[in-house]
Design a protein around this ligand. Sequence first.
Ligand code: FHN
Length: 434
Amino acid sequence: MKKGIISLLLAAGLTLPALAQEGYQPTPENLKARQEFQDNKFGIFLHYGIYSMMADGEWVMNNRNLNWEEYAKLAGGFYPANFNAAEWVAAFKAAGAKYICFTTRHHDGFSMFNSHYSDFNIVQATPFKRDIVKELVDECHKQGINVHFYYSLLDWRREDYYPLGSSGHGTGREEHGDFKTYHQFMKDQLSELLTNYGKIDAIWFDGEWDQNVNADFDWGLADIYSHIHSLQPACMIGNNHHKALHPGEDFQLFERDLPGQNTAGYSAGQTVGELPLETCETMNGMWGYKITDQNYKTTERLIHYLVKAAGMNANLLMNIGPQPDGSLPAISVERLKEMGDWMKIYGETIYGTRGGQISPRDWGVTTQKGNTLFVHILNLKDKGLFLPITDKKIKQATLFKNGEKVRFQQDKEGVLLRLAEVPTDIDYVVRLDF
Ligand code: FHN
């Protein structure tokens, strides 16, 4: 947007819209990356930082109003002796995940990578002294898994993250600061993340919502987005702002809700856009490790979420909060293994598909690839299922798990599948070939 328009808006007392990379034209590599992202369907989100030691979730600094100087002392005791990037990545890969998204810096301002621009980082401020981000990325590249970096826009520690937003008021920061230096700091750190670690497939921003309380706050996203795209044109940008897409973004994020739903309360202002979609959800209840949260979702529920996301043309980014010692919680490893067992058989009905021609129903969803439609029956109490397919003639219907023929009748109103049994599988998949 031009300066003149901004002045006019301000003169008229109107608030500034969130500016982003207006006129952005994704490169061919970026468009290819979007396709690959959509094909990949399943990623693992990791919330790991010095907050993990407090075992009370990643918001502990804010929730307990911890003073930033006191909080910083946690770093001196951070030594995740059992961290093993090769083991983590192998477990994610075995689960069928095709990418990870790692918290390089969360709202507490601690950098989990070696940064020249903040000594509050894992290499300089902890006895561990190892760059976990580097070890993870190298291992992902070795094992063939894509890498997304979570990066917090808001900061509960720095003075120049100013004006304060809706959170982080009790951390004892000076109530002044120049956002310009904070903006430059973010750009510098993003340069590090995008030049020191090889190919990075996405930057996943979070925290823009913090400034919803300051109506005319300008994050300077246009500059940040174009900076990222100039460093790695194929690197996709997603921003968990809970709003409609901003120009310059390459995929759209949803938190704890499938696209179009708003059960968690984050998606009220979010229309479903045209870009690739991703929904993130926790395996238990929290993002960062919380010792009292053993409320893990069942494997069936996790698989259903993944299948429903695919049926709604979205990826699932499923979160795990690693333990203070660097190991993954045993239950999460069990869930990963069980999801992997399922994906080994049913992956073909998920990877590389797009949301199917029949929109999601109470009984389940459909995914499709070429001339094949996969009917994912998740909840059906009968032996018959009617599908309103009127535009194509079905050549063959088979049960995906064993290839047995499924009886069907097709007329001008649609198709009636006549199943041999009432479905009880986690996902009873019927394959229709046109
Ligand atoms: O505040 C964060 C939260 O800690 C977590 O990172 C989630 C993940 O989507 N996003 C924010 C809340 O919207």
